[in-house]
Design a protein around this ligand. Structure first.
Ligand code: TA6
Length: 306
């Protein structure tokens, strides 16, 4: 559907419109009494969330590529139906195919002046079947208010059970990674993706001063990004997940990515609400699994412990 057709069917005055975005890819613009957000139908990809009175909470790469077949760098990529490399066939796309697929608009609503809901969906087609031989309906329910609520629901519309790995792979904006810590994972164990997947114990708050790529296991807790430079906290709550991924590429890996500025690692950190590693989920025919992430910002005059 064109932006005009989408506006006829789903636009909501003072809440939601559709337009041609970067490279003429269709995007939804949400602007209500609480916050603004931008969502591309390419990949079902939320690229911006900004509560009134705050700077954007999500980081976007200035070099992001808005092209078919490519994932947009930044915002909230949808990792599905596997996390990381495909376990059997590494030639299949890293992090699955949802983030490079064209999603459709299913519903829009505005329960109040300060809350807008947009529901996107992706269903199996010849291309997805060639990568992953299952029938499914994947929906992303986006609720924009002072808090951003993302609900990724997998429905098995086939006749046999299937297993999924997935993540809401959120890139958060920070004033200075050197003055940022992450709490909420203090007593967890994680799989270090940079050290043969070894299991290690987290000691206290997470500090990022080198490349970090960790899958924290058996945690359902909220994480808080304490951003001293921007004098802000970002809270990342979740449900439907027992694994949380923390990633920062640091300088060398940043230089190796064409769509990532060399110094971009200084102003971002990924906290991903996931079903990764041994937290993959089996969905039976006719059943659903929902992965939910809640994102909110809070300005703090001074941050403790810095
Ligand atoms: O977030 C964890 C991770 O799996 C890292 O290993 C890194 O590859 C990152 O995702 C980004 O992956 P991408 O395919 O988007 O470049």
């Amino acid at each position: 559907m064109s932006p005009d057709e989408l506006n006829q069917r789903f636009a909501i005055q003072d809440h939601l419109t559709f337009e041609a975005g970067v490279n003429k890819l269709t995007r939804a613009l949400v602007d209500n009494q609480s916050a603004r957000a931008e969502i591309y139908l390419h990949g079902g990809h939320l690229t911006s969330f900004q509560p009134n009175g705050q700077s954007p909470l999500l980081w976007m790469s200035d070099l992001a590529r808005f092209e078919s077949g490519k994932a947009i760098r930044g915002g909230v990529p949808i990792v599905w139906p596997w996390f990381g490399a495909h376990t059997i066939d590494p030639s299949k796309p890293q992090h699955g195919f949802a983030r490079t697929s064209q999603w459709q608009v299913a519903e829009s609503s505005a329960p109040s002046g300060s809350e807008t809901i947009l529901k996107l969906c992706l269903t199996n087609n010849a291309e997805t079947q060639s990568l992953w031989p299952h029938s499914f309906e994947l929906t992303l329910r986006i609720t924009v208010s002072e808090t951003l609520r993302l609900e990724l629901t997998t429905r098995n519309t086939g006749k046999t059970p299937f297993e999924i790995g997935c993540a809401l792979h959120s890139y958060f904006a920070v004033g200075d990674i050197a003055r940022t810590t992450i709490t909420g994972l203090d007593d967890c164990h994680y799989l270090d993706q940079l050290d043969d997947n070894k299991s290690k114990a987290q000691q206290g708050a997470v500090v990022i001063n080198e490349e970090v790529d960790r899958i924290y296991r058996e945690t359902e807790d909220e994480c808080t990004i304490c951003d001293e430079a921007a004098r802000r906290y970002i809270h990342v709550g979740k449900s439907g997940s027992r694994s949380t991924v923390v990633w920062n590429p640091w300088s060398l890996k940043a230089q190796g990515m064409r769509d990532f500025p060399d110094d971009g690692y200084r102003s971002m950190v990924c906290i991903e609400t996931a079903n990764a590693a041994d937290d993959t989920r089996t969905v039976d025919p006719g059943e659903n699994h929902s992965l939910i992430q809640l994102i909110s910002g809070r300005l703090g005059a001074s941050l403790p412990g810095h």
